[in-house]
Design a protein around this ligand. Structure first.
Ligand code: PGA
Ligand code: ZN
Length: 424
């Protein structure tokens, strides 16, 4: 039974405050969870409550969310069995009482929801992935390494936010991690040799001032080859365009030009033909449903089209997308929706509807590794947690190494099959 719930303000990887929650059970078990935070947030995400008091952390403090945990959310679940995750999440949602979790804050609610799950797993003497996923949880995901950072995550001129390496040709997760890391180091030398800066963006990727988005993909392909791998066969590439960030009034502003939706879709079709691109996220604006339909019709059989800002891990927005034939993959971010149960509902709906899923960190992260367990729990097969560098990014990959070791012979690496319907 839940005996007490505590919370504190800690710092995330960008030096911004965030919420950490601790749950104490009556048998003495204590577990904690920390909440991540985005920069290119979707307009329809659950509400992240910040203090707005300019005298502390420039208004970004989270003492109100911390107080909401201590004064309201915690007391509301005291005495409840920690294994009753769905009941607890419903209590948290009802205690907040708003549609988008804006009163107590989705950051407060998520911290409690995840800390409860960890405490319940501990009480059951199970690793979190096993507790959440049951005996069939066994698929290690393909890691999508974001090795070039642009958009809102870097101060360079690249419009696309993320450029991924997808080492799906490896035999195991640990081998994929090694491949991605080796390519990452080669990429650094190549950028340096070409006279570009090799400082890092928010997700640990390099942030060079490249002349175009296409140049980013060319550097990736070159680094894959120079590291001794075959582009397409061993390692694919991917993009998170985060197009909502450069969309205005029906026009996309990218690479210094204005693009109509049709022109942009042609541009993507050309990229998919020219490079081994296996996944493109948020290729269009989060409310441009009509053009999302066109894009999906045109490229949906060739490439994974992921909805992040589009779906915001929200079962209702995902259901709309499925109805309209929009995208074919769901990005999963626990803090976009705010409870573990709703996250798992969104994943279930995606999988039942033939959509793939990709679990995701946020650009503001902590040492918390919950998503590494969750991605294995639901056999998703894909995770993005940034570059293979910076401890808050690597923490998730390292946790996956531990899970792979724990599963032993039962572990299956998702590999190319994670992208089976698509090119590559
Ligand atoms: P964010 O970016 O965490 O800054 O929202 C990640 C993403 O867009 O996938
Ligand atoms: Zn995204």
């Amino acid at each position: 039974l839940i005996e007490a719930v505590g919370a504190r303000e800690i710092l995330d990887s960008r030096g911004n405050p965030t919420v950490e929650v601790e749950v104490l059970l009556d048998d003495g078990i204590v577990q904690r969870a920390a909440v991540p935070s985005g920069a290119s947030t979707g307009a329809f995400e659950a509400y992240e409550l910040r203090d707005g008091d300019k005298s502390r952390y420039g208004g970004k403090g989270v003492l109100k969310a911390v107080a909401a945990v201590i004064d309201e959310l915690g007391p509301a679940i005291e005495g409840v069995d920690a294994s009753e995750q769905r009941v607890i999440d419903e209590i948290l949602i009802a205690t907040d009482g708003t549609e988008n979790k804006s009163r107590t804050g989705a950051n407060a609610i998520l911290g409690v929801s995840l800390a409860v799950a960890k405490a319940a797993a501990d009480a059951a003497d199970l690793p979190l992935f096993r507790y959440v996923g049951g005996p069939n949880a066994h698929v290690l995901p393909v890691p999508l390494f974001n090795v070039i950072n642009g958009g809102e995550h870097a101060d360079n001129g690249i419009d696309f936010q993320e450029f991924f390496l997808a080492p799906y040709g490896a035999e195991t997760f640990s081998e994929a991690l090694r491949w991605g890391t080796e390519i990452y180091h080669v990429l650094k030398s190549e950028l340096k040799a070409a006279g570009y800066a090799t400082g890092l963006g928010d997700e640990g990727g390099f942030a060079p001032d490249l002349p175009s988005n296409r140049a980013g993909l060319e550097f990736l392909i070159d680094a894959i080859s120079k590291a001794g791998f075959t582009p397409g066969k061993d390692v694919g590439v991917g993009l998170d365009v985060a197009a909502s960030e450069f969309y205005n009034d029906g026009v996309y502003h990218m690479d210094g030009k204005d693009w109509t939706p049709d022109q942009l879709i042609d541009y993507y079709a050309d990229l998919v033909d020219s490079f081994p691109v296996v996944t493109i996220e948020d290729a269009l604006d989060e409310e441009d449903w009509e053009n999302w339909q066109k894009l999906t019709e045109r490229l949906g059989s060739k490439v994974q089209l992921v909805g992040d800002d589009l779906f915001v891990t929200n079962p209702k927005r995902l259901a709309k997308g499925i109805d309209l034939g929009v995208a074919n993959s769901l990005l999963v971010k626990v803090n976009q929706i705010g409870t573990l149960s709703e996250t798992l509902d969104a994943v279930d709906l995606a999988h039942r509807s033939g959509y793939t899923t990709m679990f995701s960190h946020r650009s503001g992260e902590t040492e918390d590794t919950t998503i590494a367990d969750l991605v294995v729990a639901v056999n998703s097969g894909q995770i993005k947690s940034g570059a293979p560098a910076r401890s808050e990014r690597v923490a998730k990959y390292n946790q996956l190494l531990r899970i792979e070791e724990e599963l032993g012979d039962a572990a299956t690496f998702a590999g190319r099959a994670a992208f089976r319907r698509y090119k590559g």
